[in-house]
Design a protein around this ligand. Structure first.
Ligand code: FDA
Ligand code: NAD
Length: 433
């Protein structure tokens, strides 16, 4: 049994939703030409909501409220939207093998789906503690967070231990955002991670110190430079987490966020891989011309970094690479150039909110007041300077205009003749440029 489509999007996450919208905008009627295959049961949604609004004790949004493209103030693409536009959604269906040469995909239901052009948007999966040698499988109160099912479980587990103790393993995005959500749900949090400070992929020690102090003031305990070796389990539930130095942390629940891996497995040996993802050119086209890759799974050249190939696991990148791939695919005149992407990451933690643009390479120059305040909304940041130019910028508590200003400063690679003066001028360097 089988079906054939002109375009197939493999994966039904953020990138798939934005790609679908772009198809409709550019080609009008996609009736029966476009198919999205996803192993999730629901139409594409804004994944960032899962670690933020979704976990609120009150007024938490539920689908259909956060289907794509609500985060970008665009249309809300519900299941009905896809059907109105003739886009075939194949949900709850896993693709188990891909044959790039024959242009076919085999699904878990035994169907072969063929395509002329494939967009791979399989995203990433959460790394398991097992991959670091500590067992956590099949335990009712150990939570990972990648999809809606995980988020539902996390909400249930939080509800099962009011005022209880949670151990959060990992000090990255998931760890920090989930710790904030747990505290908001009145759960006591201990965070454990191997690094010297939280968010070590992006924060400087000074920036991390601010957030760690803020979290400490909310009751969070940090156990740094530590790793989980095992868990005490009783009646299918974790009761304590054991660390390498034999510390025992009692736990009513555990949340794990120890990184992600791009879902490239279907294409290993068939497409060129780089930086843990599928290598694509500036049109998001892979080493086989009929395949494009977008979002977390795509490793693409960033013009701003001199064409250096990056794989970025962030929502803005998923949205923009998806749109660019569709523009390139439907481009009859050859007018769509290579993507010119300014990397953009953000997070919201308690009432804090930061944005980052560009690259955190070179010398970091901090500005503003990094001491946790007495109730006043904090505003501080950092620029990264390399070879006399700004290559990255971070801002906590910025207004929309201020965030746009730091983005523009990075985009233009503003010249920095005097580094100490940059620190003194701080945000004004960007806003008064
Ligand atoms: P995404 O993971 O969204 O979608 C991949 C889809 O493919 C999924 O539906 C998956 O089930 C499906 N799939 C995979 N293999 C398949 C197969 N073999 N067959 C069928 N389907 C398959 N970023 C940010 O910038 N700011 C933020 O605040 C957040 N917050 C955030 C919270 C949480 C909880 C997570 C997990 C992630 C974030 N992110 C984020 C990251 C952001 O969500 C992420 O970069 C995008 O979702 C990537 O979009 P993709 O479409 O590439 O993958
Ligand atoms: P991450 O890479 O941000 O952080 C992983 C953390 O786990 C790091 O602190 C690391 O030191 C720690 N770690 C690694 N091995 C460990 C171990 N054995 N024991 C304890 N800690 C260990 O990854 P994440 O937080 O799991 O996020 C997963 C994915 O979700 C990423 O792609 C991320 O970009 C995405 N995400 C992004 C946002 C956002 O952009 N605001 C929010 C949530 C999730």
């Amino acid at each position: 049994m089988g079906r054939a489509f002109v375009y197939v999007i493999l994966g039904g996450g953020v990138a798939a939703g934005y790609a679908a919208l772009e198809f409709v905008r550019r080609s009008g009627d996609s009736r029966d030409k476009l198919c999205i295959i996803s192993d999730e049961q629901v139409a594409p949604y804004e994944r960032p909501a899962l670690s933020k609004g979704f976990l609120l004790p009150q007024g938490a949004p539920r689908l259909p409220e956060f289907h794509t493209c609500v985060g970008a103030n665009d249309e809300l693409l519900t299941k009905e939207w896809y059907s109105e536009h003739g886009i075939v959604l194949v949900l709850g269906t896993r693709v188990i093998s891909a044959d790039v040469r024959r242009k076919t995909l085999l699904t878990s239901s035994g169907e072969t789906i063929s395509y002329k052009t494939l967009i791979v948007a399989t995203g990433a999966r959460a790394l398991k503690l097992e991959e670091f040698g500590a067992s956590s499988s099949d335990v009712r109160n150990v939570c990972y967070l990648r999809n809606l099912g995980d988020a539902d479980k996390l909400v249930d587990v939080m509800g099962s231990c009011p005022c209880g103790k949670a151990v959060v393993v990992g000090g990255g995005y998931i760890g920090m955002e989930c710790a904030a959500a747990l505290v908001t749900n009145k759960i006591n949090v201990t965070m454990v991670f191997p690094g010297k400070h939280c968010m070590n992929r992006i924060f400087t020690p000074k920036i991390a110190e601010f957030y760690e102090s803020y979290y400490t003031s909310k009751g969070v305990i940090f156990v740094k430079e530590a790793s989980v070796t095992s868990m005490e389990i009783s009646a299918g539930k974790v009761t304590a987490v054991m660390l390498g130095d034999c510390t025992r942390l009692p736990a009513d629940m555990v949340v794990v966020g120890v990184g992600a891996r791009a879902n490239t497995g279907l294409f290993e040996g068939q497409l060129i891989m780089e930086k843990g993802g599928i290598n694509v050119n500036g049109q998001m086209q892979a080493s086989d011309a009929s395949v494009y890759a977008v979002g977390d799974v795509a490793a693409f050249p960033v013009k701003l970094f001199g064409g250096n190939v990056r794989r970025l696991e962030h929502v803005d990148c998923a949205r923009r690479t998806a749109r660019h791939a569709v523009a390139a695919i439907l481009d009859a005149t050859g007018s769509v150039g290579d993507i010119d992407y300014l990397p953009f990451f953000y997070s919201r933690l308690f009432s804090l909110s930061w944005q980052f643009y560009g690259d955190n390479a070179g010398e970091a120059v901090h500005f503003g007041d990094l001491a946790p305040g007495d109730g006043a909304a904090p505003k501080f940041g950092a620029y990264w300077v390399r070879e006399g130019r700004i290559v990255g910028a971070f801002l906590e508590g910025g207004s929309r205009q201020e965030n746009e200003s730091i983005a523009a400063t990075v985009r233009h690679g503003a010249a920095v003749p005097d580094v100490p003066e940059l620190g003194r001028r701080g945000l004004a360097f960007a806003t008064q440029a």
